[in-house]
Ligand binder design. Structure first.
Ligand code: DX5
Ligand code: ZN
Length: 226
């Protein structure tokens, strides 16, 4: 069983958003067989972000077809607090809530833990580190977006790198994840700023050999983190 909690271990998470939706079960198993540490599932409501993706049934499918692969659920929702139970029931192991969503973020993070899931807090690319630091005791990981959320296949932004560095300095043992535009060309930038968990959609589901690409991202991140 993969471990989501080891401090400072490099973790690679394929994002199901970039998968072939005609073969979702196979695409989930493909990530597991390729050595993914967890699966990243992007939930979009068409309000917090200008796009709609999938909901609890996709998480439940992952729970069913790859029970040993942890499920990291990234909620891009105006009102994440209304859906926490649904995603916990569907088998989320981590639930990530945006600091910019329209809810009592601290209460939502507490509720995620009460539901037995790891609690993640997400910052948009230009949100300050302080927006996460104020919730530090309530979080098991922080995700810093390196694109504006809503779509896969966008270009990696460098503006959040100082935020990642500030968070790493403030919380040396906390998993810090990046999401958006992560590939063999950008993973080292994020790792040298202090990130240790990497979400990649198009770079992994678009690779001819996902296992080799995961191994490459892991090696590049590991070298840059030293
Ligand atoms: C964007 C999502 C990402 C997305 C990343 O809103 O949060 O998880 O799937 O896709 P890539 O890796 O293609 O930028
Ligand atoms: Zn995401």
């Amino acid at each position: 069983m993969e471990n989501e909690t080891d401090p400072r271990r490099i973790r690679i998470l394929p994002s199901l958003l970039a998968a072939d939706y005609g073969r979702l079960a196979e695409e989930i198993r493909r990530a597991e067989a390729a050595g993914a540490d967890a699966l990243h599932l992007d939930i979009m409501d068409g309000a917090f972000v200008p796009n709609i993706s999938f909901g609890p049934p996709a998480v439940a499918l992952a729970t069913k077809v790859a029970p040993g692969l942890p499920r990291c659920v990234h909620l891009m929702l105006q009102h994440p607090e209304r859906y926490l139970e649904d995603y916990a029931k569907a088998g989320a192991t981590t639930i990530q809530v945006h600091a910019e969503s329209s809810c009592d973020v601290a209460a939502a993070l507490r509720r995620v833990r009460e539901l037995g899931c790891r609690a993640g807090l997400v910052l948009n690319p230009l949100s300050p580190a302080a927006a996460a630091l104020r919730h530090l005791p309530l979080v098991d990981e922080i995700l810093v977006m390196t694109v504006y959320p809503g779509f896969g296949g966008q270009r990696f932004m460098r503006e959040p790198l100082p935020t990642i560095r500030a968070l790493r300095d403030a919380a040396p043992a906390l998993p810090i994840m990046v999401d958006g535009g992560v590939s063999r060309d950008t993973v080292a930038l994020a790792a040298s700023a202090g990130a240790d968990c990497f979400v990649a959609g198009s770079a992994l589901y678009g690779a001819a050999d996902m296992a080799a690409e995961i191994a490459l991202l892991r090696r590049l991140a590991d070298e840059a983190a030293r």
